[in-house]
Design a protein around this ligand. Structure first.
Ligand code: SF4
Length: 165
């Protein structure tokens, strides 16, 4: 089972999108490798931000950290989501834990040419800690959380698993 230090950006994203998705992912089910949605996301990454230098924090991998210590994340979706924000907060928290005073995050949405700048705020540390605790609680549950409403599952790589039973 994962521990606090293993919780990374994907866990946080799934926590905010669908706890069932997180639970399945933590058990090694990885249909996302075959998902066209994920492949599209990788293509957006590969073509949108060529000069970025990914930062590997172990479990968490940031797309880029600029010279003024802003985290940059490339998103394949068209619109900002609470999961994107939570992931950004998580990365800043992880960086600050290792002594890098991240100033906040800039989320890039190449499909719609939008960016969203989120300056670091005092309450972020608590939010990040609460999310990590929620991830660990969700993963430790003996059974999978309930499915979302079917309409919310569109594009999810676990769709067949959840809905073809
Ligand atoms: S298909 Fe729906 S219920 Fe299943 S993991 Fe994906 S979002 Fe969650």
């Amino acid at each position: 089972m994962i521990t606090n230090g293993d919780v990374g950006g994907v866990h946080i994203k799934y926590l905010h999108h669908c706890r069932r998705q997180l639970w399945l992912y933590a058990r090694g089910l990885r249909p996302e490798a075959l998902s066209t949605t994920v492949q599209l996301g990788e293509a957006v990454h590969a073509t949108s931000y060529r000069r970025a230098s990914p930062i590997d924090l172990g479990s968490a991998r940031l797309d880029d950290l600029d010279g003024e210590l802003w985290v940059h994340e490339i998103k394949s979706s068209s619109r900002p989501s609470s999961a994107d924000e939570a992931q950004a907060i998580h990365y800043c928290y992880r960086l600050r834990k290792v002594g890098v005073q991240a100033q906040g995050a800039v989320l890039h949405y190449p499909k719609t040419r939008r960016t969203r700048r989120l300056p670091y705020a005092e309450e972020w540390d608590q939010r990040a800690q609460d999310d990590i605790a929620a991830v660990l609680d969700t993963v430790a549950a003996p059974t999978a959380p309930e499915r979302l409403r079917r309409s919310a599952c569109r594009g999810c790589s676990y769709y067949d698993y959840c809905w073809s039973l």
